[in-house]
Design a protein around this ligand. Structure first.
Ligand code: ZN
Length: 217
């Protein structure tokens, strides 16, 4: 029986590496799959892992229809045994519904990989729907660590070095601001306590080096 699998973890937990490994394992057994991604760190239409592996992928935009794509491919004589879906947190809830339908009606395995919560600590829409629908949910065992050494469970966004907890979930990097330079956006994984205190590694270092002890926010 085909199943909808959801593999989740924080940003540095190796999801894309596992996505590529999953594809490799199934392809090595002669199965035919498709790899999807959206907003990958390497740019459009490529799944890339922090360990340096890359693989071509199909780019998922807001209008993409998984059900229509798979049915169209099969109708034209194509073969699909499984789908690997990276960066699934960015998919719409409708697209996750389409993936569940592909599993149930076409008996095609779907392996989805994504971050659970955004930098505001709220569930991504795609991840929320995956939690609701997945047959199996797996939290990745390669766990990222906060600067303090505790398990990193939360994603932090910094803009020009300062941690922010409000703003657009997806930052469009190529928008030219005429009157002000674009903020330098970066991400960091933290434990819940340090996410709550907005204490990033850089700020913790600055606090520890300050001559007077500073109150934590
Ligand atoms: Zn911490």
């Amino acid at each position: 029986m085909a199943e909808l699998h959801f593999f989740t973890g924080t940003m540095d937990s190796g999801k894309s590496t596992l996505a590529l490994q999953t594809n490799h394992n199934h392809a090595a057994r002669g199965r035919v799959g498709r790899i999807f991604t959206t907003h990958d760190r390497a740019g459009a239409a490529v799944v890339s892992s922090r360990l340096g592996l890359t693989h071509e992928a199909l780019e998922v935009d807001g209008e993409f229809d998984f059900w229509a794509y798979v049915v169209d491919t099969l109708t034209r004589g194509g073969r699909i045994d499984y789908l690997v879906c990276d960066e699934a947190q960015f998919y719409t809830s409708e697209q996750i519904d389409q993936l569940a339908k592909v599993v149930d009606e076409l008996q095609i395995d779907v392996f989805a990989f994504g971050i659970l919560t955004d930098f505001r600590t709220l569930l991504f829409p795609g991840s929320a729907r995956l939690v609701e629908l997945a047959d199996r949910m797996n939290v990745l065992q390669v766990e990222a660590l906060c600067w303090c050494g505790k398990r990193a469970t939360h994603n932090a966004r910094t803009e020009n070095g300062a941690m922010v907890v409000e703003g657009e979930v997806i930052v469009v990097g190529d928008v030219d601001q005429v009157d002000e330079p674009p903020a330098d956006v970066a991400y960091e994984v933290l434990c819940r306590q340090h996410h709550r205190r907005r204490l990033t590694a850089a700020r913790a270092k600055a606090v520890s080096l300050a001559p007077e002890p500073l109150p934590f926010g």
